[in-house]
Design a protein around this ligand. Structure first.
Ligand code: MN
Length: 337
């Protein structure tokens, strides 16, 4: 997934204070994924009032949509820095190729985790086998201590755990008694929760975590607050329980994310996460230089590289805004000194 907004809004994210356990409903905005075959996605992170939930700094939700209508997902090679991409499908199939040489098929119910570290590029294209596209892509900000790590790609298919009226697939961290073996760079959780119609499920959570519950389908209440399909219910730190109830006529499918509030200012622009305006300028220039037809190999390996055999023309970076990329806090409030 690439952030293909024509004029991507610079976002600097930092932590703030909320009332303990506060539940707040975040609305999605429709964003064209772009490319020759455009598919719309619903973006619930980042937004003006909420930039991060734990280290989760980006949430795109798409489908269910017949591929015949939209053309499905078609994202040529593009770069990333300082983040991990988490791909999770409800339906469909995506072919992933990256500049670390990984080639993988992304399928429903399976975590595909790409670590950009200091730089990677990848392409994501719906396969001919995909008749529906339905899923999410999220990004995790890497903490300063490990954000320059090597590029990697990991795959994990969690065994779904059945509870009373629910099924849970934990793909990162620990939730509802299940733990993913995949290492994380900060304390966090990611899971798919399927609730049967009319059922409630209650999970103990770490009070130091904040959480987000994306409603894929159905309608629910999260700790007593109603959330409709496509909305993201934010739960501030301080809650010791997440109680989720399917309130509509049918079942509900949810993505649960959470983590310790990410206490570092980050600068997000296009597909880059950095710490300063200057760093983002440098990342953009490095990608542009690698796309020059007569690019001389730099000393050492290129920052990003290209996936071998993608057969697709890489995406050029958009033009940087005239203004410097300026800090703004994670929840829209002034940062206290
Ligand atoms: Mn991407």
């Amino acid at each position: 997934m690439s952030n293909l907004e024509i004029d991507p809004t610079p976002v600097v994210c930092s932590s703030g204070d909320e009332a303990p356990g506060l539940v707040e409903i975040l609305e999605p905005r429709e964003v064209p994924l772009g490319g020759p075959r455009a598919m719309d996605v619903r973006r619930t992170l980042p937004q003006r009032s909420r930039s991060l939930i734990g280290a989760w700094c980006f949430l795109d939700h798409y489908g269910p949509e017949p591929v015949g209508v939209s053309g499905g997902m078609f994202v040529p090679p593009h770069p990333h820095t300082g983040l991990q991409t988490v791909s999770w499908l409800f339906a469909g199939e995506i072919e992933h190729r990256d500049s670390a040489g990984n080639h993988a098929l992304i399928r429903p119910g399976q975590l595909n985790l790409m670590t950009a570290g200091s730089g990677i590029s990848h392409s994501e294209v719906a396969t001919p086998a995909a008749t529906m596209m339905h899923g999410v892509q999220l990004w995790l900000a890497l903490p300063d201590a490990t954000r320059h790590t090597d590029r990697t790609f990991e795959h994990y298919a969690p065994e779904p755990v059945a509870g009373d009226g629910y099924t849970l697939s934990v793909f990162l961290g620990t939730f509802g008694g299940a733990t993913s073996p995949v290492a994380t760079h900060s304390p966090l959780v990611g899971a798919e929760l399927r609730l049967a119609a009319g059922h409630s499920a209650s999970f103990e959570v770490q009070p130091g975590f904040e959480h987000g519950i994306l409603v894929d389908s159905g309608s629910v209440e999260v700790n007593g607050t109603a959330a409709a399909a496509r909305e993201l219910a934010y739960v501030a730190p301080g809650a010791t329980t997440l109680e989720v109830t399917a309130t509509g006529d049918g079942p509900a499918t949810l993505i649960v994310i959470g983590g310790e509030p990410f206490d570092e200012d980050i600068v997000m622009w296009w597909n880059f996460v950095g710490r300063t305006h200057e760093e983002i300028v440098e990342f953009r220039a490095a990608w542009a230089a690698e796309l020059e037809p007569a690019a001389e190999p730099a000393n050492g390996a290129p920052r990003f590289g290209l996936p071998p055999d993608s057969g697709l023309r890489p995406l050029p970076a958009p033009v940087l805004p005239n203004a410097r990329l300026r800090p703004r806090t994670r929840n829209g409030h002034p940062r206290h000194a």
